[in-house]
Design a protein around this ligand. Sequence first.
Ligand code: FAD
Length: 396
Amino acid sequence: MSTVPRIVILGAGYGGVLTALRLQKELGYNEANVTLVNKHDYHYITTHLHMPAAGTDDPENARIHIAKLIDEFKIDFVKSTVVQIKPNEKKVILEDGTLSFDYLVIGLGGEAETFGIPGLQQYALNIRSINSVRLIREHIEYQFAKFKREPHRKDYLTFIVGGAGFTGIEFVGELADRIPKLCKQFDVDPKLVGIVNIEAAPTALPGFDPELVEYAMRVLTDKGVTFKIGTAIKECTPGGVQLATGETIKSTTIVWTGGIRGNRLVEQAGFEAMRGRVKVDPYLRTTQHENVYVVGDCSLVMNEQGKPYPPTAQLAMQQGIACARNLVATIRGEPLREFKYDHKGVVASLGKGEAIGIVYGKKMTGRKAAMMKKLIDLRYLFMIGGIPLVLRKGKF
Ligand code: FAD
């Protein structure tokens, strides 16, 4: 019987891919058997998804085949869906089999959090995966086509985006860029089209610098976006949304970006979790099982003030690297290192050539911020696939 430890990584998102790539680099042959499991045979760049969702970019540009990222002599890739995690039995149940592990890394990402708002689960669309953005893109075009057949139906041309956080703002920026092109393509008067961004919190982009928020609102309003800030959605129906203010907005398109929670599988596995996010120890392990690590949107890491860090790609990537380092240390009997998050900053796109951001404490807007966003994207491609991937997928 082999005594080589078995490491199973669930999810090939930012956290899972970085864990796998670091293990691939650090581990020698026969130090461990590493298996990466993912629903699809590609990794998607979630931070790009607002573009294909709005139709300003091809979904193909937001995905990378896993076979192009990993060395299959060092890592076994299994394309399958995880249906259950059994930490006590050290087993993972897949839709088509079972995997046993000595060490487990959970990086299954997040899901939309609807806060129990009636109808959101059934009627709203979400920007979460390649398949979900293909649906949004097709749906938007279809509304234009339907309007041409029923020109009295203005609701076909009203696009509601629930949530003015990072994802909502980036999506409305792209959608506002796409609308003039769709109007031209379908011979529709642009004045008939509306984009309504609804946010329950008292500000858009909660937590962002107020001056930058103001800049973003100005840019997006000039592009034709209507904001309803401090306004909660009470109910979502197939025909639109009802707001807490009593107002009803008729629309056949509701894209919900207003909340994110961790993958439900982690709660079902019995890990102590807050909205699907598992509180991890300083080494990124669950508090109940020392051999189970959690990275990315499924994990809950606290800052110095005892508040959870918001789930971001930046955090997931750093966790992936730290998790791999600790796995290697465990296998070699070396001491583990505590995870320390290095928050480098944040940049939000507002459509073509426009963005806002704070990087290393420095505020930026407009083209400069948009360039920074591109650099961040290119850096990520370089990290996971070197120059060849930058040349293949990078947009200059
Ligand atoms: P993910 O990247 O979501 O990956 C999870 C993986 O698990 C996926 O490959 C999925 O297919 C797989 N999976 C899920 N369930 C199963 C299952 N049951 N079985 C098998 N596989 C499964 N963050 C930033 O830092 N900067 C940004 O600019 C930014 N922009 C964003 C824009 C948008 C539109 C969105 C939606 C998010 C953005 N984020 C951004 C947040 C960031 O994308 C997430 O925090 C990050 O993707 C989390 O990484 P992860 O590894 O936890 O999960």
